[in-house]
Design a protein around this ligand. Structure first.
Ligand SMILES: [Zn+2]
Ligand SMILES: [Zn+2]
Length: 256
């Protein structure tokens, strides 16, 4: 079921819950290894896999991330496939063909696999916004099955950009070279900039699967500091709560 939408600054943001589940054995590690130095207990880590649908004042639809994809998608080796993005969109009355822009925060299989269905672009009328730095390093099934299928609809950006009126991407390299976050009004959709609540309290905590842990830590700290200063709304891919209102001095409220 989709989580509750919020309306801010003339846009409506709806979290679509593509899946909920633990990482599969292929990449699962105990939490104290996933977040070294965190002091987290070794307990199950259940991830939500969220995509976000933005409807602006002119009724344009932008989708941020596409989830884990079909049962045989590149994410199937470790994520709880199949994803339910199509059903989530139907539940809020949106057909895939109505979406004009798809922003992929990065080209990991649990964010990009739902971009394709049956070897064809899932969103026939959308351009797919991806950072060049992630395209440059794409390989394996993500390149062969996802990027190649959406090639004709790719909208490649380098650095920060306004991709549709009021919707901005910011290049935040670290988790991947071309990781980007998305801003719509006061909502920041942060992909895998932050993976676990422990990193809100201590942004210096590295994540095992950050591509460049030093860069990821630096950009995570910088972005979270800035978002806190403006009391922005944080919308992550993998927390169970789709929205958190950040406060200076490390506090945050769950928005329902
Ligand atoms: Zn969810
Ligand atoms: Zn990722």
């Amino acid at each position: 079921m989709p989580h509750q939408p919020i309306s801010v600054s003339g846009v409506e943001v709806t979290p679509l819950c593509d899946a909920v589940g633990p990482m599969g054995a292929a990449i699962r590690r105990p939490l104290p290894e996933m977040f070294a130095g965190s002091g987290l207990r070794d307990e199950p880590w259940v991830l939500h896999f969220h995509c976000y649908l933005i409807r602006d004042a002119a009724d344009r639809l932008t989708l941020v991330d596409t989830g884990i994809g079909a049962a045989d998608s590149p994410a199937s080796s470790w994520a709880p496939v199949p994803g339910t993005l199509a059903g989530e969109l139907a539940a809020v009355g949106v057909a895939p063909a109505e979406i004009s822009t798809v922003i992929l925060t990065h080209l990991h299989s649990d964010h990009a696999s739902g971009a394709v269905a049956g070897g064809e672009p899932m969103f026939a009328n959308a351009r797919y916004v991806v950072q060049k730095a992630d395209l440059d390093v794409a390989q394996g099934p993500v390149l062969d099955e996802i990027v190649s299928a959406i090639k004709a609809q790719l909208h490649v950006v380098e650095g920060d950009a306004e991709v549709t009126p009021g919707v901005h991407v910011r290049h935040t390299p670290g988790h991947t070279p071309g990781h980007q976050i998305v801003r719509a009004g006061e909502v920041a959709m942060t992909g895998d900039l932050v993976l676990h609540r422990a990193q809100l309290d201590d942004p210096s905590l590295p994540y095992l699967y950050d591509d460049d842990r030093e860069a990821a830590t630096r950009i995570r700290t910088e972005v979270l500091d800035a978002l806190r200063a403006e009391r922005a709304i944080l919308a992550t891919a993998h927390f169970s709560e789709p929205f958190l209102r950040l406060h200076p001095l490390l506090g945050h409220d769950v928005l329902s």
